[in-house]
Design a protein around this ligand. Structure first.
Ligand code: 13P
Length: 337
């Protein structure tokens, strides 16, 4: 395992007040978002949109890494440059989503198991040769009646740890994403309890398989009440619950933590990140940042809506969103907005 290379990439990804741009939506997810804004679900539209994102002027000021999807990394820009090379040329580290999706888990109604271990060693080698320096794998846990089951947590975390080991062997930094979903009417305490259970199992498996914790980035959910819970906690309550869950359950050795947005509004995600990072500056152990998809992109996507004439306006919005979250990372968001 090339520890030095892994640590170097982690340092670059977590540097300064930058964060990660998750732009690795699978085709069905990307098409569903396009549909909301009347954009045709074509390969060329997906390519044009991803090129719009990565060619945003000055993006590297606030973004250290961009997570691509398999289709995207195989595409080229209008000028003929392979996407990963274009990302690198923009001063941003290219990463790649390598799981092949969360599928219905046989025997466990309503639960999902993430797939993608088949041929992963060979796929990582190929992605690495295309310029990717880090990878992402997302497992999904839902909270509901009799959910999550222990077997769902067990199997998903085992796969997550196997992915981690293969990434580190290949010299790619693994982003380890155990997402506890916001859907449901559960309380913030339920989210904290389940997320804690899942994180403990994630690190039990990672340690069991010998992962280099310093050479990976954890991508967790914030600790939130379910979307349908009538008690939506304050920003400060969310920040306190999130930090205490992480402090209790994430080893200090972990190289960095980059939050997913999980369907929160762009504004709330930034406010909550700001409050979490403010506590982290006093109590925290890890570098902490954002790795948002929806909270960074949706406003820009709406402006673009598939119209070439709106490209610059959409890029300006993306730039503003990345700046807002960079300010949140340093705890300066609410003072300035
Ligand atoms: P959201 O920020 O939209 O949750 O997406 C993050 C992500 O990468 C999901 O895997």
């Amino acid at each position: 395992m090339n520890n030095h290379k892994l640590l170097q990439t982690v340092n670059e990804l977590m540097a300064g007040d930058k964060g990660l741009l998750a732009m690795d939506e699978s085709n069905p997810t990307c098409n569903a978002r396009f549909k909301q804004y009347g954009i045709d679900a074509t390969e060329e539209n997906r390519r044009a949109y991803r090129e719009l994102l990565i060619s945003t002027r000055g993006l590297k000021e606030y973004i250290s890494g961009a997570i691509l999807y398999d289709e995207t990394i195989r595409q080229v820009t209008l000028e003929g440059s392979p996407m990963a090379r274009a990302v690198t040329a923009a001063g941003i580290i290219p990463g790649i989503k390598v799981d092949t999706g969360a599928k219905a888990m046989a025997g466990q109604a309503g639960e999902k198991i993430t797939e993608g271990l088949d041929n992963l060693r060979e796929r990582l080698e190929e992605y690495s040769s295309m310029g990717a320096r880090f990878a992402k794998w997302r497992m999904v846990i839902t909270i509901g009646k009799n959910r999550p089951t222990l077997v769902c947590i067990e199997e998903n975390t085992s796969a997550l740890a196997r992915y981690t080991m293969l990434c580190q062997e290949a010299g790619l930094v693994p982003i380890v994403e155990p997402e506890v979903m916001m859907d449901g009417d559960h309380s913030i305490e339920d989210c904290s309890r389940v997320t804690g259970l899942v994180l403990r199992e994630v690190f039990h498996k990672l340690n069991g398989q010998g992962a280099l914790l310093e050479g990976l980035i954890l991508k967790p959910n914030m600790i939130l009440p379910g979307l349908n819970n009538s008690n939506q906690n304050s920003v400060d309550e969310v920040a306190a619950a999130t930090m205490s869950c992480l402090l209790r359950n994430v080893p200090a050795a972990v190289g960095g933590i980059a939050f997913l947005s999980g369907g929160q509004s762009a504004n709330l995600a930034s406010h909550r990140l700001n409050a979490i990072c403010t506590i982290n500056r006093e109590k925290g152990i890890w570098p902490l940042t954002f790795s948002f998809s929806r909270a960074l992109q949706l406003e820009a996507l709406e402006i673009w809506s598939g119209k070439e004439s709106k490209t610059l306006d959409a890029q300006n919005k993306l730039f503003e969103s990345t700046r807002r979250n960079s300010l949140a990372r340093s705890g300066h968001f609410s003072n300035t907005y």
